[in-house]
Ligand binder design. Structure first.
Ligand code: SAH
Length: 271
């Protein structure tokens, strides 16, 4: 087996149970086209190819590519591209009809944020065209943040960002010893299903800026956090109008509350 490289965040998943859960969560049907980020030695690829879906895999490590080709190259539903997911223009390799509609990946943890920006996008610029679903094996703490509900200690800007852009579900825990070598932290599988937010913000960039600012000092009341952009008394009125406790901290506002706040507290009203 290939010796795992730290620089590429390589941890081979060895739990059949976890592999099954990942593939099941992706609900792969005839016609589905999966983008797999970082196939590594192919543990997940093998399971993906047992479904009717086709798989385009992008692997950065050149040394792994010949092995992947030897293992799966004969399968006409498999395509391997060597390169960096953060740099690659998939459209340059694939005609629109075979562009992936789902992402399934055990991703390198050191680039989780940039990968999310790539496959989910930002509030101001969601990935276009959107993927149908993203099933990702991530660090447990990131999974908790992605799926956190308002009021919880771990609910933050990432939670609002992901939940604004997608339905986010916790799929399962994956303990560190399910990998070789085991990473320092436990992991979990999450599923994000991008969709337009039902009651979208009119100014997504402003909405995103507000959320970030609100969570900058999460222990502070919003009244104090937003002092630089709005008079605390004025914010009290706005919060009451949108049915939010004027003493609230950022972590108490659900996604819909943030959207409502971004409407009342417009950049013009703020200045
Ligand atoms: N899917 C495999 C390997 C997961 S480890 C398994 O579950 O066992 C993460 C994989 O992502 C490694 O194979 C690593 O080489 C690859 N990788 C790391 N950075 C990458 C990047 N920027 N683009 C594409 N692949 C990357």
């Amino acid at each position: 087996m290939a010796h795992p490289r730290k620089q590429f965040g390589q941890h081979w998943l060895r739990s059949e149970k976890a592999l099954h859960s990942i593939v099941k969560a992706a609900d792969l049907q005839e016609g589905d086209r999966v983008l797999e980020i970082g196939p590594g030695t192919g543990a997940l690829t093998e399971f993906l190819l047992q479904t009717p879906a086709s798989v385009t895999a992008i692997e950065i490590d050149r040394d792994l590519c010949p092995k992947l080709v030897a293992r799966f190259g004969k399968n006409e539903r498999f395509l391997l591209l060597q390169g960096d997911i953060l740099e690659m223009d998939l459209g340059a390799f694939l005609p629109p009809a075979s562009y992936p509609n789902k992402v399934v990946a055990n991703i390198p943890y050191n680039i989780t944020g940039p990968i999310l920006d790539r496959v989910l996008g930002t509030i101001a610029q969601p990935t276009n065209p959107p993927f149908n679903s993203l099933v990702l094996l991530v660090q447990k703490e990131v999974a908790q943040r992605i799926t956190a509900k308002p009021g919880s200690r771990i609910y933050g800007a990432l939670s609002v960002h992901c939940q604004y852009l997608a339905e986010c579900d916790w799929i399962c825990d994956v303990v560190a010893k399910s990998f070789f070598p085991p990473p320092k932290v436990d992991s979990a599988v999450v599923r994000l299903r991008p969709r337009p937010y039902p009651d979208p913000a009119e100014q997504p960039q402003w909405f995103s800026t507000l959320v970030r600012l609100g969570f900058q000092s999460r222990r502070k009341m919003l009244r104090n956090n937003f002092k630089s952009i709005v008079e605390p008394d004025r914010l009290t009125v706005i919060l009451e109008e949108i049915d939010v406790n004027p003493q609230a901290r950022a972590e108490e506002l659900g996604v819909a509350d943030w959207v409502a706040l971004s409407r009342r507290l417009t950049p013009a009203a703020a200045s």
